[in-house]
Design a protein around this ligand. Sequence first.
Ligand code: ATP
Length: 271
Amino acid sequence: MAESTDTTPDVRTDVPDVPGPPEPVEPAPAPLAVMADDVHVEYRVYASGKALGPGGRKVLQRTRGVRTVHALKGVTFSASQGESVGVIGSNGSGKSTLMRAITGLTPPSRGAIYATVRPNLLGVGAALLGDLSGDRNILLGGLALGFTKTEIEAMRDDIVSFAELEEFIDLPMRTYSSGMQQRLKFAIAAAKQHEILIVDEALSVGDRRFRERSEQRIRDIREQAGTIFLVSHSMGTIRDTCTRVIWLEKGELREDGEPDEVIKAYEKTKK
Ligand SMILES: Nc1ncnc2c1ncn2[C@@H]1O[C@H](COP(=O)(O)OP(=O)(O)OP(=O)(O)O)[C@@H](O)[C@H]1O
């Protein structure tokens, strides 16, 4: 019998497909928390006295009547859950106005703000009363932020110890130093987890140790998927707490991006 000359190697056709390396999966983007769409804010104020003429003409002109200040000129951005957005810019650039617009305190004259929940503005100052004790102010500030009496009672001890005011909490608030008042305000506003929290310059007062604890508290809120906006002139605080920075100048959004890059560009203009 002749030997087979077939040299074709055995080919198995029943080998299961070997899976290749897994396709890289894009992480799902975090859900949006706040969206500002072409936001304009105009204040109408009564002017009297003298000011420089329009277009920067170096001539003082007598002004009288209603003048419009265009504080925000078409600001657009969005922020997601878990982001901590630093807001920087020169004096009068519109930072506080933007924060007030986000909370709904100052309605945009054009454009719109969308938020998943009502943002809380850390700055319960307006609700606190100097003649009342620290303790009564905790109740008042808590109610102003929308907490129930029972919720506030449960948070009370944490607030007092965070503010380190155990010895003074029964005294009228007007007897507190400005740092002590600010600590109490921060402690009230940051006592509970917020979904969207806005902190406007609250960390600029208080001593270094309190500032570090406040910054830690901000990071904790962010880690629990809250969104934070932090307005500050302290680039150190912004660098330490923010994942992104928005730079406003003369009511316009000048840059929006990585903290280091935006801060560098901002500081260049200050030299
Ligand atoms: N209630 C108001 N009525 C009229 N004009 C206002 C009012 N609040 C702010 N402005 C004007 O709007 C502009 C932006 O002010 P805003 O307070 O938002 O700036 P800012 O960036 O927070 O400043 P700062 O860093 O000094 O706190 C300024 O020209 C200011 O004069």
